[in-house]
Structures are given as structure tokens and as C-alpha cells.
Design a protein around this ligand. Structure first.
Ligand SMILES: *Cc1c(COP(=O)(O)O)cnc(C)c1O
Length: 463
């Protein structure tokens, strides 16, 4: 869809519901478990519950908007990844998807490692007791200070992202009298989006060192020469919200090709390969994500096969799922404010949050689902657009969705699959206060990130 300006008046594409929203679902009260957290259900009274707590109680006690996170589901998904990959591989949860101290503890308890990409994420991880050797430090522009703190903390690996960083990290490690374990992030020329991938010779992006033109090989040459570095492997991350495994197949093929070249040139077999994250989740009922055990099997087979063909020992594999673990575990609970029917078009349903708590729709044209959760309804479906309260017409949370036509101010609606990249990308636009994250489990709700207050806002504003 074009993002460019257009003359006043609705465009055809904006008026007609797109794709799968062309027909309303058979039952507006149904909650598809592909999209909703595992313990979500609708009680006999029509009120939705999660972790044994109903959403009306959650709204009364914690206010709206709020991110409601199903802790049992988070742990189950983390464990499923861990189990699927087994003892010969490592699962690094990508902290940028959503990070808090409670999450760090759950990950630690479930045996996962953690990716961080800033000093703030590193501080959160360390303060919640994640052992430093289980932390990987990422980023295309780590500051000298961040690099120093990561090395001093003893992080298990730093993922080098540029030629300059190879020298920078080597120098800082040496000045601290240590040798830092590192991987080199390469770009293999695979661009993956949801249902398709494109294999190219070059990648035009800020991350990593291109395999093309022998640049990755040159980076390896330099890293192997520097005393401050212990090169343990090659890293590749090809995209996000991917369903199609063939992109990983091409990436693994190219990574193993580099491992072979390294062996031939330097007589060194690097012990690790990291294939990154990016595995997709269901935002709507049309999405069909793979299970962790299928993904683990596919990735392990690809790497093993490629290594056998190249006569290399199979390296230890690591993966970095973020969205696939936390994404489905939370929903955003909103209270309906203004309901504005536009004749012949759609009904605009305004909620008490918006692009400040979910920027993905505005940023990526992302699709979401939505349901009325404070009661069941037998009213006719109405075509709705869920919008926020910000001073911006692009402030859309759910672009096209069907909600019951009797929807009214004060009803609670929920947008599922907002566990990843919503709270972590939340902003204070319009001085709106960022919502809390409330974890529910076994009939109890616990705030793990509290709601921002006006005092918080004013504390930063030193006048
Ligand atoms: C963002 C990112 C991930 C996680 O991506 P998801 O889509 O959340 O799985 C993993 N590794 C790297 C290097 C990333 O940048």
C-alpha cells in the first residue's frame, strides 16, 4: 500500500476492507488460540479471562490501557524452544522484543540465554541476575562505554557488526587485559519477509558485514589476527516475522560456505553458528506459524547437511527468537471511548491508548486482530477501525476488524499478540503515559512494569 499523500477523500483501498477481512468471522465471540495467549478463554458470563483472572477485574485494579501477559504461556514457549533445540544448541531470547527484570528471571529459570543491544538492556539483564556468560551483546553502533561495560561484566559474546568495531572491541578487551569471545555478523544476501524471501548478492542495510566481495572473509582475517579477540563463530539474522524456512536454508548454505573458506584459508574450524531470530507468529487467524520443534529440526538438518557436504564438523547452533516467544503471550487491554460511525465507510472505535503503546501498525502497516472482551455480544458484525487518542490521523491500532455493532463507550476490547515490540517501542507521544505490563498466572495478577505517572514525566523535565 502506498504511503504517499493522496487527494482528500477516502481511497478505494481504504474504504474496502482488505484481504481476509472481506467477510466477518462466523462468531465474533470466538477467541482463536493461534492468536491469543494459551490461558485466554471466555467465561460463561461472556467475560474473557487469562491466567484465571477476568479482564474486568484487571481493568479495575490496573487501569487501561494495559499489557496483560500470560506468564505460564511465556514460560511454556521459552521451554518449548529450549527443549526443541536441546543440549547441543543455545536459545538466546532477543531482549529488544520485550525486556523486564521478571522476564530475565523467567528466562534464567527456563534455561535460556539473552541477547541485548544497548547499555540499558545489559543493565536490566545483569540487575535481574542473568549470568553474564549467558548474555550476547549486539548492535551496529555500540558505544565505547557499552563495549567496555559488556567486557567488564564478562558477557559470553559480542557480535561484531563492522570493521571498525572489530578493532574497537579488540582494543578495549586488550586494554582490560582480556580476550573477548566474539562472533562476526555477516549479511548473506537474503531478505526474508513473512511469506517470501529474496536471495540477492548484496544487501543494502546498516547491519553486518557483507559476504559479497570477500568482505566477510576479510573481517574474519582481521579478527583472527587480533589478540583481544577470540573468534567463536559467524552470525546471520535475515529478517523478521518469517514463516518460510527457505530463507534460512539459503542463509545457512552461505554461512557454511564461509566456514569452509575459513577452514581452507586459516586451518580453523569455527565452533559456532548463530542463525538469528525472526520466526513469525500469528497476528490474525490467517497466519500459520511453525512450532519450535519443527523449526529446530529444520535448522539443525540444514546446518548438518551443509556441513557434511563441506566436510566440516557441525558447529554448535544458536538461535535468537524474540517475537516467537513473547509476542503471543500478551494482549493490550483498552477501554472504548468514542464510537464514530462514518456512513458507508466504517466505524471508528477510539481507545485510551494508540500509537504510543503500539507503533507497529503505523510503522509497518502491521495487521492485528481485536475482540470485545468485557462481555459477549450477539449483535451484528460492524466493520471497525480501532484508533488511538493521539493527534495524528495515522494513529491506528487495528486497521480493519469486525466488532459487534452494539459496541459502546466503556466496553473493554483487547488486541492480541502485542507481547513483542509494543511496550518495548512505546513512546510518550502527546505526553501519554506508557501502560503497565501485568503478568497473570494461576489466578493472580502482578505488575511487572508499572504504569508511568505524570510525576515520572515531570521528573525528567528539569524546567
Ligand atoms: C531483532 C533481532 C532478533 C529477534 O527477532 P524476532 O523477530 O523478534 O525473533 C534476533 N537477532 C537479532 C540480531 C535481531 O536484530
Amino acid at each position: 500500500m502506498s504511503r504517499s499523500a493522496h487527494p482528500a477523500g477516502p481511497r478505494h483501498a481504504d474504504v474496502l476492507p482488505e484481504g481476509h477481512y472481506s467477510a466477518p468471522p462466523a462468531d465474533l465471540n470466538a477467541l482463536d488460540h493461534k492468536v491469543w495467549a494459551q490461558t485466554v478463554g471466555r467465561g460463561a458470563d461472556g467475560v474473557v479471562t487469562v491466567g484465571g483472572v477476568d479482564v474486568k477485574t484487571l481493568a479495575e485494579e490496573h487501569g487501561t490501557p494495559a499489557y496483560i501477559l500470560d506468564e505460564a504461556d511465556f514460560r511454556a514457549r521459552a521451554r518449548a524452544w529450549r527443549t526443541a533445540f536441546g543440549a547441543d544448541a543455545d536459545v538466546f531470547y532477543a531482549g529488544k522484543a520485550f525486556l523486564s527484570r521478571a522476564v530475565v528471571r523467567w528466562l534464567h529459570e527456563e534455561g535460556l540465554n539473552l541477547d541485548v543491544c544497548s547499555g540499558g538492556e545489559l543493565a536490566t539483564a545483569l540487575s535481574a541476575g542473568m549470568p553474564a556468560e549467558r548474555i550476547a551483546f549486539h548492535g551496529n553502533n555500540k558505544s565505547q562505554d557499552e563495549i567496555r561495560r559488556a567486557i567488564e561484566a564478562g558477557v559470553g559474546r559480542i557480535v561484531l557488526d563492522s570493521f571498525q568495531e572489530i578493532v574497537r572491541v579488540a582494543h578495549i578487551a586488550q586494554s582490560l587485559g582480556t580476550r573477548q569471545k566474539v562472533q562476526i555478523r555477516i549479511t548473506v544476501g537474503v531478505e526474508a519477509h513473512t511469506h517470501e524471501f529474496i536471495a540477492t548478492a548484496h544487501e543494502d542495510q546498516k547491519f553486518g558485514i557483507p559476504l559479497a566481495g570477500g568482505q566477510a572473509a576479510e573481517a574474519v582475517r582481521r579478527a583472527l589476527q587480533l589478540d583481544g579477540l577470540e573468534l567463536i563463530g559467524i552470525h546471520s539474522h535475515i529478517g523478521s516475522q518469517i514463516f518460510d524456512m527457505s530463507g534460512f536454508e539459503v542463509a545457512a548454505h552461505r554461512v557454511v560456505g564461509l566456514l569452509k573458506d575459513i577452514r581452507d584459508e586459516h586451518g580453523v574450524e569455527l565452533p559456532e553458528v548463530d542463525l538469528g531470530g525472526g520466526l513469525g507468529i500469528a497476528y490474525t487467524s490467517d497466519d500459520d506459524p511453525r512450532e519450535p520443534h519443527e523449526i529446530a529440526k529444520a535448522l539443525t538438518e540444514i546446518v548438518t547437511r551443509e556441513c557434511e557436504a563441506a566436510k566440516l564438523r557441525t558447529p554448535r547452533i544458536s538461535v535468537e527468537p524474540g517475537r516467537a516467544i513473547v509476542g503471543p503471550t500478551a494482549f493490550t487491554l483498552y477501554e472504548v471511548g468514542t464510537v464514530k460511525p462514518l456512513d458507508g465507510l466504517r466505524t471508528y472505535v477510539s481507545v485510551d491508548g494508540g500509537m504510543s503503546d503500539n507503533i507497529r501498525t503505523a510503522l509497518y502497516d502491521a495487521e492485528y486482530s481485536v475482540a470485545l472482551v468485557s462481555r459477549a455480544s450477539s449483535a451484528e458484525p460492524m466493520l471497525a477501525r480501532v484508533v488511538g487518542k493521539h493527534c495524528e490521523s495515522g494513529d491506528i491500532v487495528v486497521k480493519d476488524a469486525f466488532l459487534p455493532a452494539d459496541l459502546a463507550p466503556g466496553d473493554l476490547i483487547a488486541v492480541p499478540a502485542t507481547g513483542a515490540y509494543c511496550r518495548s517501542m512505546a513512546s510518550n507521544y502527546n505526553h501519554v503515559l506508557r501502560p503497565p505490563v501485568v503478568a497473570v498466572k494461576d489466578g493472580e495478577a502482578r505488575v511487572i512494569v508499572r504504569r508511568e505517572t505524570e510525576e515520572d514525566l515531570l521528573r525528567l523535565d528539569v524546567g
